[in-house]
Design a protein around this ligand. Sequence first.
Ligand code: WQD
Length: 344
Amino acid sequence: MMAAILVAGGAGYVGSHTVIKLLEKDIDVIIADDFSNSDERVIHAIEAITGKTVKSYAVDLTQKEEVRRIFDENEIIGVIDFAGFKSVGTSSKAPLAYYRNNLEILLNLLSVMQEQGVYHLVFSSSATVYGNPESLPVKESDKQKPTNPYGQTKVMSERILRDLAKSDERWSFISLRFFNPLGAHKSGDLGENPNGVPNNLAPYITQVAIGKLSELKIFGHDFPTSDGTSVRDYMHVDDLAEGHVAAMEYLLTTSNKFSGFEALNLGSGKGYSVLEILRAFEQVTGKKIPFEYVEKREGDAAESFASIEKAKEFLGWEPKYTITDMCLDTWNWQQKHPNGYNEA
Ligand code: WQD
């Protein structure tokens, strides 16, 4: 058996782009996903893009014996955990499902890792742990005041990792708090594929651009920002994937002798407003994107963007792509696959 990295949630938007980066470095990967918010055809896209076969398990990772089976059948040397529900809005309506699913998956992974003597895990966390930032750029040492159960599950997960690391020095964890992923694989055959009407800004805009939706609703335009619309830190999904690979490689490099827990922000370090993103997409698509201003969305911060100095220093990681790259790649994916993976 080849030593492999288990990517939990590896068929998701960020997970799948990370799997490609691992495979391109000749690192073997096992994907485990329940496909509740992704599509088995992502596996075929990954294989077509890399020319490599990927072993995948369609499993419910809240079932411990399912997790144990994956470890029994493979030589896992590290885990990247993307698995979990991730909609800010839905989490407020279904907190129990979010706490159970997101925490149970992590607890199952960690307890089976402990049984099997596997001690390296990269945890995909989120900027939502900070809630509405009190100062900018957001630093890892800033207060964590999540405004929704989704963000709380990330804070609690990091608490579990910190306490476990304190209990036994063999554990080594890096938690990556990422801001707003945007973009798609350069091939245009892998990208963000939301079910139903998109919650996130970019897929909504591109569905307007291809005529699936009539106009963008901009949530609020009297924020204390340059043009009144809210500001976020957008980063290319491939930069984000590289960050996860760099973190995994860091933990596996024995000479680093890293043990314990470290949290790092991953972002571009720059803020863009909704209107700036809309204009960038108009540039790239050559289309007018109609919009209307509507009420602010509950819990939306006026402005949020990351300090990424720690990730640069700790991992030697920094973002390579520009906002134009992000919009171009998103548009390329949307044009090639107007119905995502649901092509006939
Ligand atoms: C971006 C901006 C909206 C849609 C996201 C994910 C969350 C977490 C953090 C992973 C905001 C505005 C949006 C629309 C709009 N990701 N907007 N009209 O809210 O920053 O959070 O990143 O952990 O799961 O949701 O991203 O894309 O929803 O919104 O005006 O139709 O666009 O107000 O300022 P957000 P988003």
